[in-house]
Design a protein around this ligand. Structure first.
Ligand SMILES: Nc1ncnc2c1ncn2[C@@H]1O[C@H](COP(=O)(O)OP(=O)(O)O[C@H]2O[C@H](CO)[C@@H](O)[C@H](O)[C@H]2O)[C@@H](O)[C@H]1O
Length: 474
């Protein structure tokens, strides 16, 4: 079975967040399961592209409205990621360093999708499934079915996975002419709330859509940034498949990015050594419990709650707790979190920016990982933290609810709280500190956490079952 994954991100080629982790791992596990899975993503001018060799497998000319675009499809020569990787390069439009946030982002992602379809169409390929991830490839199902330019591809079933329903990629109808030769009687499929909405279009045009956890599937009907009614009426097409984690990349026993490697057998010494290295770097006292946060500093992650919650906890438990923050995003939150590090230098540190290796070191060295998310479609951080024996403190929502149980409940291993609020965060910090004082219980919980299995094997086969179901129905 030939499957193409379309995504704006893929680890380690280009990563902004969890989308990259999933698209870097799922195809690899699918290949291991006997599926001929490949990734086709935009080209970025990044370390990965400089350090790897590529062959040009296709060159074409296409149109974006009246603008003529030359494009190339590059294939990574040695399939070093464990699957075939194709990069769509459009000089002057898709060949830049950043993944998001350019003023012509709409043009970039539409051109990426058109160039991909042109390539598949003109090169005579007929994949069995085209698996689109988030709105950046959300127009592909519509274009395959309702553009005269891609009639040959009309029977290829699309699968659409929602990693984040808050972002839709919506744009104005005056850009409709970017879409090549479409059936104008079908434009209702593109519409939502007066705009052209790629996320909505993908949901409408796919036989099935998936969400990255079962709980998030339910939540979209009441929290999806304006698409609630759509998800309500299309609920019967939705399937929740919990993400896995790449247990080769995220393995404390082999992780080359951490100070000391460890398995369950030497968890106490292993974590202690990693904590010592981390605390030394940030001038924190190793003997105190270390609560960390890693993530994008946005409202979805509850990041705006952190400055007050950290400050209140630092005062409430003066000299008894350390906090470490790794993240970037909203500038006000960044400034507030940086200001705290001057005021509470002995017990709090912030690294504003993105640092993959440091993230690994924090999962390994912290005692607790805080995730006060308002919205969390799945969340990978809590699964990484469990794998590294670091107790997750999570708001009970979306995938966090599906993966973390409270240690106060029978067989539980994390800390859960109900509200994305400063009060609930501070209360769970207090609970964490009491638990930290009970060394035997913490040790037991760490062993339980590290023994949990969140690997991709199970989820990858759920996707394959879905592909088979779609193919046999089509
Ligand atoms: N400053 C920083 N430095 C280094 N590493 C950093 C970092 N900030 C974040 N990261 C890393 O980025 C990833 C974040 O993944 P998440 O799944 O938690 O969130 P994200 O919201 O990006 O993904 C969306 O898609 C994924 C995948 O489906 C869903 O799990 C999730 O709920 C959804 O919001 C982790 O690998 C984390 O370590």
């Amino acid at each position: 079975m030939r499957v193409f994954h379309l995504s704006a991100e893929c680890y380690p080629v280009a990563k902004v967040g969890g989308l990259a982790d999933v698209v870097g791992a799922l195809p690899k596990y699918q290949v291991k399961a006997g599926i001929n899975a490949a990734v086709a993503m935009p080209f970025y001018d990044r370390k990965f592209t400089h350090e790897h060799e590529f062959d040009t497998v296709f060159q074409g000319l296409t149109l974006l409205g009246t603008r003529r675009l030359y494009f190339e499809v590059l294939k990574e020569r040695y399939d070093s990621l464990g699957f075939e990787l194709f990069l769509i390069k459009i000089p002057g439009l898709i060949d830049r360093t950043e993944v998001y946030c350019y003023p012509d982002e709409t043009e970039q992602f539409i051109a990426y999708q058109i160039a991909f379809l042109d390539w598949i169409n003109w090169s005579g390929q007929t994949p069995d499934i085209i698996h689109c991830h988030d709105h950046h490839s959300g127009l592909v199902p519509f274009l395959m079915q309702h553009s005269n330019a891609y009639k040959r591809l009309a029977d290829i079933p699309p699968v659409f996975t929602i990693h984040n329903g808050q972002y839709h990629g919506a744009f104005s109808w005056n850009k409709l002419d970017y879409l090549p030769d479409i059936d104008l009687t079908k434009t209702g499929l593109l519409d939502w709330n007066g705009g052209l909405n790629p996320l909505a279009a993908a949901v409408k045009c796919s036989a099935y859509y998936t969400t990255v956890s079962p709980s998030y599937l339910e939540e979209l009907s009441y929290n999806s940034n304006g698409l609630e009614y759509l998800f309500h009426i299309e609920r019967h097409k939705g399937i929740g498949i919990l993400n896995g984690i790449d247990t080769e990349v995220w393995n404390p026993a082999t992780d080359p990015m951490i100070a000391s490697r460890y398995s369950t057998a030497r968890i106490t010494q292993g974590k202690q050594k990693n904590k010592a290295a981390l605390c030394a770097r940030f001038n924190l006292d190793t003997s105190l419990p270390l609560v960390a946060f890693i993530g994008r500093l946005v409202g979805e992650k509850g990041a705006d709650l952190l400055p007050e919650a950290f400050e209140r906890s630092l005062n409430e438990h003066a000299g008894k707790v350390n906090f470490l923050m790794l993240g970037a995003g909203d500038t006000t939150t960044e400034e507030q979190l940086t200001a705290l590090s001057h005021k509470y230098a002995e017990h709090y540190a912030a690294f504003v920016g993105y640092d993959e290796a440091l993230a690994h070191q924090v999962y390994a060295g912290a005692d607790f990982l805080l995730m006060p998310s308002r919205v969390e479609p799945c969340g990978l951080n809590q699964m990484y933290s469990l794998r590294y024996g670091t107790l997750p403190m999570v708001r009970s929502t979306g995938g966090l609810k599906d993966t973390v149980t409270d240690f106060g409940d029978e067989g539980g291993y994390g800390i859960r709280f109900i509200h994305a609020s400063v009060d609930d965060i501070c209360h769970s910090v207090s609970r964490a500190l009491v638990l930290y004082g009970n060394t035997a219980q913490l040790q037991k919980l760490r062993k339980t956490m590290m023994a949990l299995d969140f690997s991709w094997d199970r989820s990858a086969s759920e996707y394959i079952n879905l592909y088979n179901r779609i193919i046999s129905a089509s």
